[in-house]
Design a protein around this ligand. Sequence first.
Ligand code: GRF
Length: 220
Amino acid sequence: MTLRLDSTLSLISPNISDNCQQFAPLKLGIMASGNGSNFDVVAQAIQDGRLNAQIQVLIYNNPSAKAAVRAANRGVETVLLNHRNYQSREEFDRKIVQTLRHYDVEWVILAGWMRLLTSVFIDAFPERIINIHPSLLPSFKGIHAVEQALASGVKITGCTVHIACLEMDSGPILMQAAVPVLPDDTAETLHARIQIQEHRILPLAIALAASSSKVTLSVT
Ligand code: GRF
């Protein structure tokens, strides 16, 4: 008997539909350091009417981040905050918080934000910071999560969207998607398949987080 493994196959949990709507559009601040494909899928989900939200601002810390180009192409305001210009992580995070407040942001989405967060940031947006990570947390935290998964020999990895807390890549899990590791996978091929699943779950997880929040939003 031959087992056919569909490399696009995935298991997403919780398996919710994408029609989580709430009364007022969520005011999102997205933060990215690099390519920005996750920024793009959130923007596209909004444009398609699958996510009831608006992107108030994209903050990026790397002057060459492609995410900034993607945002500009979509008419989203961008702010470059280069961590190298700040004396400490706390000073940098104070500037981030000030910027997010200036743009009236309610929910912060870390979409490939490659900096550690301090309590200055976490405490300013309690339970309102969402992170995406390319592994099935709590496995393979930190950078090179895909390489870590390959080196460990796991047969299934994936991605996780969670509420961020002070400890890196930790906090309540919103959604996960599983991705099989194929025998001839490289970090690049595996990451590419993980990203397909990231792009599916990130907009859903944002809607899920907002609809579960009892602070100011209600589910229709
Ligand atoms: C994603 O794999 C995400 O999980 C990780 O950084 C990567 C960002 O990708 N935190 P992109 O810049 O959105 O394409």
